[in-house]
Design a protein around this ligand. Sequence first.
Ligand code: PXL
Length: 284
Amino acid sequence: MSTPRAAVIHDLSGFGRCSLTEVIPILSVMGVQCCPLPTAFLSTHTGGFEGFTFLDMTEELPRAAAHWRSLGLEFQAIYSGFLGSERQIGIVADFIRDFRGPDTLVVVDPVMGDDGKAYQTYTPAMCAGMGRLAELADVITPNLTEAAFLLGREYGDLLDGGRALHDEAALRRLAEELSLGGRRSVALTGAALAPGQTGAMCFDARTGRAEAVQAAFVAHPLHGTGDIFSSVLTGALMGGASLRDAAAQAVDFIHACALRTVAQGLSLREGVDFEPLLGRLVPR
Ligand code: PXL
């Protein structure tokens, strides 16, 4: 069987594990050839570091895409995450329209923010554009903050102002609502069915059903777990897993990485210490 290929459209942050420094090793170890289109080069990610450098790659993206088109490249998956400018939303949308074949899996992680707040480089116009881009996806992987942005709701009002935080039916309704009437699958991250747990609520557009996957919550704010989740999910889906099984693999892997990171007392802004555990993702 030939090695499946994915176009991965994320930033490259030199220090502080996230985006391409997670996406490439994870997909590679899962048997996927990664073709990166970096949206920006940063010295570090934007969460918890001051004074980071930011090189916007907007001009380069359409040029690289045009070259790939001239080569006749085909991708089994297109997976996008953190974007570097508002204009990149249209560029990524064009890329998806141009390169999507009948069997291409399109995963849009609508990276915009966390804990109710947008990331430092995200403007309201970028967040609105991310919602339009996510309409092209087969699968989206928002956290609860991004879910609120996508639905145009206040984060504080989501899940009944926190009262429905651990309410399975409310989380299921939220995932269904994000599916645009069942047209796309949703893996809603940070969904906890009870205190002391965390995981994802998955609405599968293929079955029309929503199911949760859970693991014990490691009570530390950890950076870059959303990108690990979406990367493992994408790799597992490309390997033929169901949405639920792909999400379960991602949640279990993050749990193991989080335990290892916290046990070592690593600085949380450095992201989770996932590299020594990559072997767990090798397909059996
Ligand atoms: O993990 C999301 C992410 C990706 N890329 C950059 C970020 C963040 C979150 O802060 O700053 C550059």
